[in-house]
Design a protein around this ligand. Structure first.
Ligand SMILES: Nc1ncnc2c1ncn2[C@@H]1O[C@H](COP(=O)(O)OP(=O)(O)OP(=O)(O)O)[C@@H](O)[C@H]1O
Length: 307
């Protein structure tokens, strides 16, 4: 059964006009796309391609010049539907002198959530975004990563069905990025629908089910991430270590099928994995320091710095 669409955009055009009503910029041109319930959807495109304009139209903050938008079964300009939406803007505007608990309590009041429920949700969200130890510190003391996490908790205070994230991982270090991606996957597991804009393609690849690529306000690509990044022109077989004779035999088979061997390689992990593993090992085994091997001493072990 097809999942029901949470967002339906049909032939959306947005033209920004100047003070005298003259056409200034055609930010979106006949954009059509759907986002289905329970999926993580990535909106990609270079600067000025219309991502933020799309998000603002979905929230009802901007009026389309033409076209139709339905969000959670309601027209985008129906502000009541925003009670079921959580929005993390690129820059969260939070009160610097409040702490995490006070911040979430404040936003909970705006949604008219009862005191008991506010208390429960505040603690749950603080735990979820990993700010338990910093929950009583003023936000002005928070690092960029912590600020992003409290911003996400604030966007989730109303237990939204649809979560809209603008550049959720921008400015975060690899650990903060991994944690934010895990949180996004957690939201999906809770049955929420997520739409996010990002320039960080590796992050998008890790968490998104489908993506749309915009350019100049027009849709240029739309589909399942796995399908879109799959190279149909090449076949890659990964095996355990092979002896040279096996490679020679494989060469003969490729020749038989008129195929050309492009590479034989040991697959590598990515930098993010290596960085996280190294940091985790440092946490698990404090006092270990890596010393570069000399030419004649290739198998040198890491040195313990513990006295
Ligand atoms: N308020 C505005 N008035 C006039 N033009 C605008 C306004 N807001 C955006 N634009 C223009 O509309 C186009 C799309 O902008 P938008 O902010 O939606 O792009 P974006 O894809 O989010 O870009 P970025 O990646 O830089 O955030 C750009 O040409 C931009 O200059």
């Amino acid at each position: 059964m097809q999942a029901e669409p949470v967002i339906e955009i049909k032939k959306l055009t947005k033209i920004y006009r100047d003070f005298w009503g003259r056409q200034k910029v055609r930010a979106l041109n006949s954009l059509s796309l759907d986002v289905k319930k329970g999926e993580v959807f990535g909106l990609l495109g270079p600067n000025g391609s219309g991502k933020t304009t799309t998000m603002k139209c979905l929230l009802g903050l901007l009026f389309p010049t033409s076209g139709e938008i339905s969000v959670l079964g309601r027209p985008a300009n129906d502000v009541e539907k925003n009670e079921r939406i959580g929005y993390l803007p690129e820059e969260s505007y939070l009160y610097r002198f409040l702490n995490a608990e006070e911040t979430l309590d404040f936003y909970g009041r705006l949604f008219k959530i009862s005191a008991a429920e506010r208390r429960e949700r505040t603690q749950q969200l603080i735990e979820m975004v990993g700010l338990k130890n910093a929950r009583r510190r003023q936000l002005k003391e928070y690092s960029k990563g912590m600020t992003r996490r409290i911003g996400l908790a604030q966007a989730l205070i109303n237990n939204p069905d649809l979560v809209m994230l603008d550049e959720p991982t921008s400015g975060l270090d690899p650990i903060g990025t991994r944690e934010m991606k895990d949180l996004i996957i957690q939201l999906k597991e809770q049955g929420k629908t997520v739409i996010m804009c990002s320039h960080l393609l590796a992050d998008v690849q890790d968490v998104c089910d489908r993506i749309a690529i915009l350019y100049g306000g027009e849709l240029k690509e739309l589909g399942n991430v796995e399908d879109l990044i799959q190279s149909k022109e090449q076949t890659c077989i990964t095996s355990t270590e092979l002896p040279d004779e096996a490679i020679t035999e494989i060469d003969a088979i490729l020749k038989k099928y008129n195929a050309e061997k492009i590479s034989v390689e040991h697959p590598s992990t990515n930098l993010e994995e290596l960085f996280l593993k190294t940091v985790q090992e440092s946490i698990d085994r404090p006092g270990q320091r890596f010393v570069p091997a000399n030419d004649g001493d290739k198998n040198q072990e890491p040195v313990s710095t513990e006295s």
